[in-house]
Design a protein around this ligand. Sequence first.
Ligand code: SF4
Ligand code: SF4
Length: 705
Amino acid sequence: MFSRSKQKKKARKALKDSNLQKALERASSHHFEKFDKTKKQIPWDEYKEKAIAIREDCIKRLPELIQRFSDEAKKAGANIYQASTPTEALTLIEKILNDKKAKLIVKSKSMVSEEIRLNSFLEKKGYKVVETDLGEWIVQLAKERPSHMTAPALHKTKEEVAELLSRHLQKNVPSDPKEIAKLAREELKKFFIEADIGISGANLAVAESGTLVIVSNEGNARLVTSLPPIHIAIITTEKFVETLEQATTLIKTLIFASSGNKLTAYVSFITGPSRTTDIEKELVIGVHGPQEVHIIILDNGRLEISRDKNLDKILYCLKCGGCMLVCPVFQALGGHVYGGPVYSGGIGILLTAMTRSIKESAHLVDFCADCKKCEEFCPVGIPTGELLLYLKSKKGPKLWEKTLSNLFRNKSLSETGARLISILQKFWQKDGYLKKLPFSWAKGKSLPAFNIKKTKPTEENKGAKIFFFEGCLAKFFFPEIRESVFSSLSHLGFDVVYPSDQVCCGAPSLHLGHKKDVQKIALKNIKSFEREDPDFILTICPTGNSMLKKTYPNLVPESSCWSERIFDFTEFIVKKGYLPKTEISTKKKDIFYHYPCHYLNDLKLREEPKKLLSAVGFNPKEEDEPFTCCGFCGVFSLKNPEVSAHLWKKKSQKISKSNLSLFATDCPGCLFQLRANLKNEGDSFKVFHTAELFAKKVTQINFKT
Ligand code: SF4
Ligand code: SF4
């Protein structure tokens, strides 16, 4: 069992491991380069749409598809076995090995064999097991477990691999991937030929023909499944599709997501054992390929999940591993820390819940920054971040989490607390920033001081009615954003309301695992919307926006009627046509625009802030892709200060590269993080919410509608 404190210790070690950091950096940048280049050549969104539709259809019909597959595969000469648990699967495999008097087994990469801990089981029973995928061979020699679904040795640099092989083979191995691949070929060749049995997994199983589909690049899977006289395939129950056409679509999607390639070097379709009818058309089983094919279908909790409407999407996973290579936390900690004991990354935590227990996985959720980069990437639309929060809420909050959630939920308590701190902080603050605080989450930062001001919309206009939904951070730290929103909207002729009964959006409670509090919060805010009945509800924080627009309707279905009226401030100004029609400034100032993760990955807004900034006299500069997270991420930075600091370090490298000192963003959380960290770099750095910059320029011109 993994405990949170052990994982935190491992996380600290991982962050200090320079080899690991180098390996992760190299792997994710290679993946991004390849993926980004090929993405321009293929209809990726179409691939995704089709893949999601196939998964939706097939996951609902698994028992029927498994039955049909079994019937067809038997007709083709394969032996079919069903196993409910890893123990049952291991017993079945052992029986086949015993019956065939096998000694040497070659394996191709298979995550399900990791799930049932096949290697250690067989080795204890005296069998020799040789992994033949290069990455798997490396981790087998290192006596480690894979740190990634498709790239098991991703945590190792080429230098570390060379050192490992030199030690193992007692000869000098250069740290050149080409030389290492050549060496693997020489070393492993004999095992393919001498093996008694080949064991593989399978990426998919096609019901209409009883066919297994196996994808590989190295060619080892072909050899494992065709050279030994017996082939055992282990496949899990979520991998069944109905037709070859569906399989082809999913395979293309899987390959591109995992490697950025249009296709892998090898895609094998295996339908029963090898055979010939070359002599008088008489059927003979077993020619060049295996004489026997044994297929073990393992469930291990999957069919139960397929009936659970809250979690069934976990089964859509194609195990492409792409989400990990875009995940900032995986990139910081690697798969041995971020993920479950078998499957890595955020999806690995979900798979742990499915194959083991929610209890064993729920504490791992605290590492997730809920940035939703994985969701934006996932080719089959798995809402990983959202499902992780669901897991967290199933386990429920700890006492301190309950207390903190209660503070956010209870408006008078949070306001009294904030007022009290704002009085006490006078002894610690200078120029609106607190002096260094002795907390790990404040290390290296100058935190903005509480700044509580009461401002109300001044003018009463006859235009459309806008409900300004502020959110806690802006309310307690950045009243200037509120003032800017009021002045811009009044200037544009809107009737702005700022009801005092609105409360926190509920995001902190959601991240603290307190679903009941989120529901109570949602009901309070919805009541305020209903009373005011505004034409539009404007937010200045993408997380708050997403809470109102997407989370509330999940908890209170009637509230979906508000979703159409909810806009982010910048989105509203741009999409509704309130940008100045004429250029305000002839000489535009360069400004670094920081994309909040939820802005891009959840609200899917990218062009809007650039258009707005450009219209009010700036020249917005994006950092080079992939965009980095600033590391704030709400309660994540409180729970994981070291990881948060690591994410900031990556962001600050991009900032330094830009040579800019003027910044804009659309999230008070990111604003807090940028100001807190950049304050230490000097007073020349200025960070604004986009709404502030809009107000400064727009109120200078007569723009009333
Ligand atoms: S969750 Fe999606 S992106 Fe991640 S491994 Fe599964 S299919 Fe791939
Ligand atoms: S939401 Fe972000 S941090 Fe969490 S698993 Fe997905 S990419 Fe990683």
